[in-house]
Design a protein around this ligand. Structure first.
Ligand code: ATP
Ligand code: MG
Length: 578
């Protein structure tokens, strides 16, 4: 019930159809229920007494009513489809918008494939069931009640026959539901799993090929596919058994009605026309019961899907308050970490512990440490991609929690370690950084990031096509394009998470020099693997397993930091060996 209330909100803009569908449905049912009585009358008073004019007259009425039923039914179906699709449209949009507001932490919680399944498959199921439900949840009970009343009116004693059959059918339906619903639920989970499998395989297809794992992947997929079919058949088998069972009861009821009704007729207690319309009503009653069973089945399927949709919709955005309000101007690029600790949601251990830092505005700072020492984690906290667990970070003297999220992320720009371009052109990708950027500004940014050469050498220039994920550029080219895109934001603080790892050292040095010329006040945080590329920065922070092991210049750290010495020596040796 609560689910229904929550869903109602998403019929917005389609309410008219939601109301019209059942209303027209009721008119259709009324027409459907009148027809058998008319038929009975025609037989009793027209056929049996030979009054052909009455047969004609009733015949014309019946045709008119049938046409009306057809019209009401048709328009109701159309409205139902509109309402169902409208619900789908609104839910899809809401879900997509919600996912856009997700923090990194929420994104960690849901798998991408599962989000896609929810956006497509689950919404499709809900929208289809909504369409059916609007019609059948009204039609079936209404038809059941009115047909029962009509049948009882014709002959109360004969009605006893199907009153006996009713509990048997109910029992059958309950059995189906009891065993069927869990089976359909299982089926849905299996679909989710196979989608996850497909998505993971397809995004990693190049790695799969590089490792010659096609056979292995194929077998794994085939196994899951087989499993899915088995679960589906399991659920469908139940349907296969239940349907003939229902038919059997239906025919038994009709035979019984004919037998008892025939006896009544012979005793003179019933007219042939009445028996005829009675049988038609029995048909309507039994069909309604089957429809109710079907819609209940579908409801439970849709409920599972709805729950999955609302799970996403009801995930709280961590930054609700700072999305709209807060300080919008970052005064300067000074960064302070005050006793900051952080652990990933769901993790037991802390990834960062007791971090205290002061990074003066306009300085260049490097972060170094072995892989997994939490370098990326540390910088993600600055633009609030994740929120600190303990302690506080402030920028320009203001705690980052007090900034408007969009302003903070505009002025604290980060080139992520796993960066990606989007399908479109170079220009459209650059405009991600700043939608207003002119071609000139874009070229300037490309020059700074040493990407101008390979972009402008292409005949299409800025209009050169970028494939999905930037697949048609080399690793180093992609990195330089990502730097240019970030530069266009004209930020106060720029963070490079291993962003020049695929760029040769002399190009890397050129980028550094150009950046300094471009904006000497820019605070730069550089995560690097190579000591050679950060030797001249103002401060080097050595991270070890989530803690600061030392802070100082290259010379100072070489003097007294064991970890730094080790990294330095291993890299010197590597150079000598190379
Ligand atoms: N999304 C996440 N969820 C849970 N744990 C994570 C997540 N991202 C990173 N971690 C854990 O946090 C720790 C620090 O990871 P981080 O990515 O910050 O290391 P790093 O220093 O950037 O390493 P690298 O040099 O390889 O990029 C690791 O132990 C990692 O397993
Ligand atoms: Mg990293």
């Amino acid at each position: 019930m609560c689910m229904l209330r929550k869903t109602a909100k998403y019929y917005k803009g389609f309410m008219l159809f939601v109301i019209l569908t059942p209303l027209l449905m009721i008119l259709e049912v009324i027409s459907d229920v009148i027809i058998p009585t008319l038929m009975g009358n025609t037989i009793n008073e027209g056929v049996l007494t030979g009054r052909i004019d009455l047969v004609y007259k009733n015949g014309i009425y019946m045709i008119i009513i049938a046409v009306l039923a057809f019209l009401f039914g048709g328009i109701s179906t159309y409205c139902g489809a509109k309402a169902g699709q409208g619900l789908g449209k609104n839910l899809r949009l809401a879900l997509f918008e919600k996912i856009q507001t997700f923090s990194f932490a929420s994104l960690d919680k849901f798998e991408v494939s599962s989000l896609i399944t929810r956006l497509t498959n689950d919404i499709e199921i809900v929208s289809n069931v909504a369409r059916m439900a609007l019609r059948i949840t009204i039609r079936a009970p209404f038809m059941f009640i009115s047909a029962t009343i009509m049948a009882i009116r014709i002959n109360t004693r004969l009605s006893m026959v199907f009153l006996i059959a009713l509990p048997v059918m109910m029992f059958g339906i309950m059995l189906t539901m009891k065993f069927g619903i869990p089976k359909f639920r299982k089926f849905q989970a299996k679909i989710d799993r196979i989608n996850a499998r497909t998505q993971e395989n397809l995004t990693g297809i190049r790695v799969v090929k590089a490792f010659c794992r096609e056979e292995f992947e194929k077998e794994k997929f085939a196994g899951q596919n087989q499993d899915l079919v088995k679960t589906a058949l399991d659920a469908l088998n139940l349907m296969i058994i239940i349907m003939p069972f229902m038919m059997l009861i239906m025919y038994a009821v009709i035979v019984a009605v004919l037998w008892f009704g025939g006896n009544f007729m012979l005793q003179g207690g019933m007219l042939a026309g009445d028996l005829f319309s009675f049988i038609l009503y029995v048909g309507q009653i039994l069909t309604s019961i089957m429809n109710i069973a079907m819609i209940l089945m579908n409801f439970s399927r849709a409920k599972a899907s709805l729950e999955r949709i609302f799970e996403v919709l009801e995930t709280e955005s961590e930054f609700v308050e700072s999305i709209k309000q807060g300080v919008s101007e970052v005064a300067n690029g000074e960064i302070n970490f005050n006793n900051v600790s952080f652990k990933y949601p769901g993790n037991q251990h802390f990834s960062l512990q007791n971090i205290n830092l002061n990074i003066p505005s306009g300085s260049t700072v490097a972060l170094i440490g072995s892989t997994g020492s939490a370098k990326s984690t540390l910088v993600h906290l600055i633009p609030r991609l994740y929120d600190v667990f303990e302690g506080e970070i402030s920028i320009g003297g203001v705690p980052i929690k007090d900034y408007r999220i969009a302003s903070l992320r505009d002025q604290v720009a980060i080139v992520l370690q796993e960066n990606t371009l989007f399908s479109g052109t170079i220009r459209s990708n650059m405009k991600w950084g700043n939608p207003q950027a002119s071609d000139q500004e874009i070229i300037r940014a490309l020059e700074i990031s040493q990407a101008a050469d390979f972009v402008l050498n292409r005949p299409e220039g800025l209009s050169a096509k970028v494939e999905r994920g930037g697949a048609n550029f080399s690793g180093g080219q992609k990195q330089r394009l990502c730097i240019a895109r970030t530069l266009l934001k004209n930020p106060k603080i720029m963070i490079f998470d291993d962003s020049t790892s695929a760029v040769d050292m002399s190009t890397e040095a050129k980028i550094r020099v150009e950046l300094n010329k471009f904006n000497p006040d820019l605070t730069k945080i550089i995560i690097a693997q190579r000591i050679s590329s950060i030797q001249n920065v103002d401060q080097i922070i050595v991270l070890d397993n989530g803690r600061i092991s030392g802070i100082g210049t290259h010379a100072e750290l070489l003097e007294d930091n064991r970890i730094y010495q080790e990294i330095y020596e291993s890299q010197q040796k590597g150079m000598a060996a190379g």
